[in-house]
Write a protein of this length. Structure first.
Length: 169
């Protein structure tokens, strides 16, 4: 089995879980932040929705310098908007994954800011660490934000307190 095929399976599972979280984002709570150092929901949720763009860069470029990119941040309008943006980006990641051959996963990839290297390593690690793990990290934050706002949290790697999946929780 190709590496891309294995990673595609993982991406599908993570995308499904992320989509479920984005579907529940309360747009009327955009200013909510659980701590002064925390990103407000109106910034965090759009960031998660746009993260497939980073995955696409990892899959199609040899690196990226964030200081050279001027992608405008998404403004939170609705959960439907977040899901639509996420789905569009996820479709591009799926298509790009199909094109990556096994040898390309060992090619060097660099993430930098104004020429300062933040990450360098094989494309495989860039994909997993800067993209997939990044989504998982911020999705977990979204779960906390939902909980603190009384929004039922969807299950991710097992049942949540809100969705026991019939396990008697």
């Amino acid at each position: 089995m190709r590496i891309s095929d294995l990673l595609s399976r993982e991406f599908e599972e993570e995308a499904k879980k992320t989509r479920a979280m984005l579907e529940r984002v309360p747009a009327d709570k955009a200013d909510f932040a659980p701590h002064p150092k925390s990103m407000p929901l109106g910034k965090l949720a759009p960031h998660v929705a746009q993260l497939p763009g980073l995955g696409l860069l990892v899959l199609t470029q040899s690196g990226v310098d964030f200081a050279q990119r001027s992608a405008p941040p998404l403004q939170l309008e609705s959960a439907d908007q977040l899901v639509r943006v996420f789905d569009e980006g996820a479709a591009k990641v799926r298509a790009a994954l199909e094109q990556v051959d096994d040898a390309a996963w060992n090619e060097p990839w660099t993430l930098s800011f104004s020429g300062r290297t933040l990450f360098t390593g094989p494309r495989f690690l860039a994909y997993r660490q800067t993209f997939v793990n990044h989504i998982v990290h911020h999705r977990a934050q979204l779960g906390v934000y939902l909980r603190l706002n009384g929004v039922p949290v969807p299950s991710t790697y097992g049942p949540s307190a809100d969705e026991t999946l019939g396990l008697g929780g």
